[in-house]
Design a protein around this ligand. Structure first.
Ligand SMILES: Nc1nc2c(c(=O)[nH]1)N[C@@H](CNc1ccc(C(=O)N[C@@H](CCC(=O)N[C@@H](CCC(=O)N[C@@H](CCC(=O)O)C(=O)O)C(=O)O)C(=O)O)cc1)CN2
Ligand code: MET
Ligand SMILES: [Zn+2]
Length: 746
């Protein structure tokens, strides 16, 4: 039985790529050194996969920043403003921006916490294949081959690429990136011919866009793309990989009518793929890569079940290949690196390396027709009867009337129109992280660590007063991450030491593992908030992470509905909010940046999700005084489908990422009936670039066309933790100046 995986983490078991890239950006190493680190990581991955006994090994799963950006560079979809730059400098400028060239947009990759760089296309985009060393899939294929390893290059499929792209600013109204399909397909055709010339046997074209609802026009494009590629006289065999959901029968029928040799289907998220396959009469002469090992969650596979799924497929496909449900990019590298996990939890886990072994084991069990070696993973989980009883008793979660709240808050807070604030975090400096690492390693005491963080809070408060911000934050220095920090204090969650997963570019997260019932043994943030508030007469916002985001950015138990788990987290937050309120904190922000992320890809499933997601937020924020102002924050999103839900959260103020999408959102929110405060991010914090006061002022004036000044808040588009102090201070100074200037001359 053939075995494969759809992709592998590229950041390195010890985040080697992250550190090398950041050193390159800081000018501490040169291109050659960065490239040699990258080559070493690729070599290790390929040899490890080969040595694990995997039959077919993917390549071109490496990236310096993002695979969609790689594709843009590969097909020369490089907007004019980056053209004066070359090579890696151009590549990183597209990803991160430079002082006078803003970055491309970045957004969520489907329903994951991975972010891709959005291609910007226009009628004038002329696709052209990058050649030589710049032709990355070919270069990587040859590099692996030189190591004696035959690989299957992985490409973003043309349809998915175009569907993820956006029209460049100023493109004619009727233009859609899909209009460019013919030109793009010719570039893929040329690439396939070149790969074939180099000896490539199989190419994987990732088309996860096929698991969302697609129009007949889009399906027609799908047909056009794969008919053309299928007809090429000399080409590798084509595996069209889908993942994250159920492929529609229509899309499968389209693929079946082309010469595509293989299709990848996700049987973990979407057992319905079995029916979809059956409904088109199977794919009798094709290869089906059966995604039976979960590429997105960390639970050990039930190998007997995986084997049974593959066995059920045998009658529906010409060949069945045991595989992962998606790329392993979304899970940590190696469970063996974890030494401190509770053994009972650990026994239930598998990370990327272990998942490769699971794929190989299922393949062997099928081939040799023996039972799969490992027993089914032990069932969950600690039950907390008290939490369950409280949740059973809770009634309707609601707050007072909007107008009454607005008046009560105005009386208590007395804020100016266009109130200025930030999203919560201030720069996480090397010193802060070092202090935390020292504390973790036992080299400094808990008291010394706490003191160092308090000093940082005092510094952040003083800085905000100096800058003249209206609503202050404590800066979150004590938090390693906005989810992990809370997870470490809640029962039912476990944290990893090395379980890093790429979130975007060089940025990684260690998603905690939610394995049992969640409960809050003690207040989590009250001391930090009250300490910060004691240093200033201006209001300090308390800062919490909302229930949906606490799930979206964790690995969550799959033995009960997410909605039930969300209510447990919401109850813990509810208690925290009441403790903050009792301690005199008048403004509390409950971040839900991942509200959009968990939205099901299929429209039919979205309403049910939004119901429980909104209910969890409302449960968390229910019962506070009218005069307590609840904020929420969202970022990285196409907000279209959730715009109604944002209103239903009924936060008093919502700050949203809008800088890279030019304030359109304020009007959209109002049009959807949202009446509370809005803080559209007036500048993009993901880039070190410092926007001028004039630029931010322009954004504010645009926003004022859709909202009254006393409902408009002025803030960056996300937290400042990834920035350094010099640019942060400069940008915030400009932000305050912009707000003042608009207040003075409306
Ligand atoms: N979970 C999550 N998902 C999210 C976001 C988020 O904030 N959290 N934001 C959005 C964007 N994604 C982001 C993801 C990561 C980071 C980020 O800054 N990550 C940091 C790591 C953050 C962290 O956990 N830091 C820890 C551990 C730091 C660390 O590695 N320390 C070193 C030592 C460092 C030293 O000695 O200087 C070590 O232990 O080896 C801490 O502060 O304690 C990074 O990659 O650099 C930012 C945004 C969407 N998804
Ligand atoms: C990814 S949303 C970040 C919100 C958080 N309060 C911060 O400022 O970092
Ligand atoms: Zn944010």
């Amino acid at each position: 039985m053939n075995t494969t995986i759809l992709g592998y983490p590229r950041i390195g078991a010890r985040r080697e790529l992250k550190f090398a890239t950041e050193r390159y950006w800081a000018g501490k190493i040169d291109t050659a050194e960065l490239e040699s680190t990258a080559a070493e990581l690729r070599r290790r991955t390929w040899t490890e996969l080969r040595d694990a006994g995997l039959a077919t090994i993917p390549s071109n799963t490496f990236s310096y920043y993002d695979q969609v950006l790689d594709t843009s560079v590969l097909v020369d979809a490089v907007p004019e403003r980056y053209r004066p730059l070359r090579g890696l400098d151009r590549y990183f400028a597209m990803a991160r921006g430079e002082q006078d060239v803003p970055a491309l947009e970045m957004t969520k990759w489907f329903d994951t916490n991975y972010h891709y760089i959005v291609p910007e296309l226009g009628p004038g985009t002329a696709f052209k294949l990058a050649l030589g060393e710049e032709c990355k899939p070919l270069a990587e294929y040859r590099e692996a081959k030189a190591l004696g390893i035959e690989t299957r290059p992985v490409l973003v499929g043309p349809l998915t690429y175009l569907l993820l792209a956006k029209a460049e600013p100023g493109a004619p109204a009727g233009f859609h990136p899909l209009d460019l399909v013919d030109g793009l397909v010719e570039v893929y055709a040329e690439l396939l011919e070149r790969l074939s010339g180099a000896g490539t046997q199989w190419v994987q074209l990732d088309e996860p866009a096929l698991v969302a609802d697609r129009t007949p026009e889009e399906l027609a494009v799908l047909a056009r793309v794969y008919r053309r590629l299928g007809e090429l006289p000399s080409r590798p065999r084509l595996l069209v990989a889908t993942y994250f959901g159920t492929v529609g029968a229509e899309a499968l029928r389209v693929l079946a009518a082309t010469r595509v040799e293989g299709v990848g289907l996700d049987f973990v998220t979407a057992p319905g793929n079995l029916d979809a396959l059956a409904s088109v009469g199977g794919l009798p002469r094709r290869t089906v890569v059966a995604g039976v090992v979960d590429g997105r969650n960390v639970w050990r596979a039930d190998q007997e079940r995986a084997k049974a799924t593959c066995a059920a497929l045998l009658g529906l496909a010409g060949e069945v290949v045991v595989g992962t449900s998606c790329s392993l990019l979304h899970v940590p590298v190696d469970l063996d690196a974890e030494t401190a996990l509770d053994p009972a939890v650990r026994a239930r886990l598998a990370f990327a390396r272990q998942k490769v072994a699971e794929v190989v084991a299922v393949g062997r069990a099928l081939r040799e027709d023996v039972p799969a070696a490992a027993p089914a993973p032990a069932a969950a989980a600690g039950i907390d009867h008290r939490v369950r009883a409280r949740l059973d008793m809770l009634g309707d979660a609601r707050r007072g009337d909007r107008a009454a709240r607005f008046a009560a808050q105005r009386a208590v807070l007395g804020l100016p129109p266009l109130a200025t604030t930030t999203i919560g975090s201030f720069p996480q400096t090397g010193e802060i992280r070092r202090a935390r690492a020292e504390h973790r390693a036992g080299r400094i005491s808990g008291d010394a660590y706490t003191q160092a963080m308090k000093d940082e809070v005092a510094h952040v408060i003083a800085l905000q007063e100096k800058l003249g911000l209206d609503v202050l934050v404590h800066g979150e220095p004590e938090r390693n991450d906005m989810v992990q920090y809370f997870a470490e204090q809640l029962d039912g969650y476990a944290a990893t030491e090395h379980g890093w997963v790429q979130s975007y570019g060089s940025r990684c997260v260690r998603p905690p593992i939610l394995h049992s019932d969640v409960a809050r043994p003690a207040p989590m943030t009250v001391e930090w908030a009250t300490y910060a508030q004691s240093l200033t007469t201006k209001p300090v916002k308390g800062m919490l992470t909302g229930p949906v985001t606490m799930l979206a950015w964790s690995f969550v138990r799959d033995d009960q509905p997410l909605a039930d788990t969300a209510r447990q987290v919401a109850l813990a937050l509810h208690d925290e909010i009441h403790d903050l309120e009792a301690a005199g904190i008048c403004i509390i922000q409950v971040d839900e940046p991942a509200l959009r992320e968990l939205l099901p890809l299929r429209r039919a499933e979205q309403a049910a999700y939004l119901d429980w997601a909104v209910a969890a937020f409302r449960l968390a924020t229910s019962g506070v005084a009218d005069s307590t102002q609840i904020h929420t924050h969202m970022c990285y999103s196409e907000f279209g489908e959730i715009i109604g839900a944002i209103g239903d959260l009924d936060a008093d103020v919502t700050s949203v990422e809008a800088a890279r999408s030019h304030m359109e959102l304020v009007g959209d929110l109002r049009a959807a009936g949202y009446e509370n405060g809005i803080g559209p991010g007036v500048y993009d914090i993901h880039s070190p670039r410092v926007p001028s006061a004039g630029e931010m002022e322009e954004n504010l004036r645009r926003a004022l066309q859709a909202i009254e000044p006393d409902r408009l808040w002025v803030n960056p588009d996300c937290g400042l933790k990834t920035r350094a102090y010099p640019e942060t201070e400069a940008a915030l100074r400009n932000l305050v100046a912009a707000a003042r200037s608009v207040r003075e001359t409306p």
